[in-house]
Design a protein around this ligand. Structure first.
Ligand SMILES: [Cu+2]
Length: 119
C-alpha cells in the first residue's frame, strides 16, 4: 500500500515537472502547445501569419488573437520545432517572441501593417 502511494507520488512529480520545465509550452500527449507574441496589426497580418504557419509540416492548429497579438499554435514537436515556427513568422515580416521580423519582408509590408503604421 505504501509503495503504491510512493509510485503515484513519483509519477505525479514527473508529470508536473514536465509542465514546469516548459515555460510557455505544455506537452499534451505528443502535441505541444505554445503561445508566441507577434507584431500583427490587422486582419491581413493575421491571415498572413496564420497562413505561413499553417502550411508547415507538423502543425495541428493555429490561431492568432488580434487583441493581444498572440499566436496559439499546437504542433507535433517531433516534426517541427518552436524555433522553426518563429522563423516562418519572421520570414513573412513579423516579430515572433525574441525572433525579430526579417528586415526585407518587414519593409515590403503595407504601411498599415508596420508597427509604426498607425501614427
Ligand atoms: Cu496588417
Amino acid at each position: 500500500m505504501k509503495n503504491k502511494i510512493i509510485i503515484i507520488a513519483l509519477l505525479f512529480s514527473g508529470f508536473t515537472s514536465a509542465f514546469t520545465n516548459k515555460s510557455f509550452a505544455s506537452v499534451i500527449g505528443g502535441k505541444e502547445k505554445a503561445v508566441i507574441q507577434t507584431s500583427a496589426m490587422c486582419g491581413e497580418c493575421q491571415e498572413k501569419i496564420e497562413g505561413a504557419v499553417k502550411i508547415l509540416d507538423g502543425i495541428k492548429s493555429v490561431d492568432l488573437n488580434l487583441d493581444n497579438k498572440k499566436l496559439t499554435v499546437v504542433f507535433n514537436p517531433t516534426l517541427i520545432s518552436l524555433a522553426q515556427i518563429k522563423t516562418a513568422i519572421s520570414a513573412v515580416g513579423y516579430d515572433a517572441d525574441e525572433v525579430k521580423a526579417n528586415g526585407e519582408a518587414y519593409n515590403n509590408l503595407p504601411k498599415c501593417c508596420k508597427k509604426d503604421g498607425h501614427e
